[in-house]
Design a protein around this ligand. Sequence first.
Ligand code: SF4
Length: 316
Amino acid sequence: MSSILPYYPISEYYKNKYGQKVYKLPIKLSLTCPNRDGEAGFGGCIFCSESGGSFENLPSFFTVEKQLEINKNYIGSKYKVKKFIAYFQNFSNTYMDYEKFKEVICACNKNYIIAISISTRSDCITEKKLEFLEDFSKNTGIDIIIELGLQTANYKSLKILNRCEDLADFIKACNIIKKYNFNICTHVILSLPWDEKIDIIETARILNVLAVDEVKIHSLYIVKNTKLANMYKNNEFRMPRKEDYKNNVIIFLRYLNKNIAIQRLVGRAPSEDTIFCNWNSSWWVIRDEIIADMNENGFSQGDLSQKKKYNILEGE
Ligand code: SF4
């Protein structure tokens, strides 16, 4: 772990693994997800925008090659980076025909790509596609990372979020992916109004048991024209305070295994697309406050992860 940061940042993980700075190149495909088309559910997760999860992509009608090339030229020169991770970001990127899946993965076989990160749902993991990825990785030397949204271990919150998948689905998917030795990155939201401290801790502990490799932490932001936006306008829930979010991130990190790399501490979305985002603070201000708070108190990632028992009523 870094001597400066009280957590294990993904940048350090990349440097340890690849010996240099690495950036992601986002790719948007023209897709949907089984929680939108009726396969698992209708309407999608209540927080999900029409774009399927990200706001900073090139149009999906651009080919994979074109998106990679444009983003590489822009990000590479801006950050002086030579190696990249192709990042299939929006919607469920294993939810497509097998031949199409092979085609988009093979389009990433470039000398500047060292890994491919595939964002998807737990119920869209199939051994057939993983077997193809295993062969592809062996033949090209390109690493594979599977990104799965868990959001929370609290099944009551998952139901309100209309995830239409649960913790058991996530555990099952992780167990399958681990057979292939691919990295797993998990997304969690640590300001869900329906979660308590105990849910935050339990989420961290489950990720430890499953030995996921990376975690991306989000704050809950409210995108315009979503079910969540309607609920917010109708006062159906109250957003946690910024202080609550910071405390949740800190307790989550303290219970999380110190070897799990952290992709980010705070989510972000453009203000023009949201009616609530990060308590009107910049994401990096919140990140810096979390870091300062942890350092002041002598807290670090994983410092509570070895606790044999914790008080389930008090959540500590
Ligand atoms: S599973 Fe992902 S893409 Fe599908 S509705 Fe939920 S957040 Fe959006």
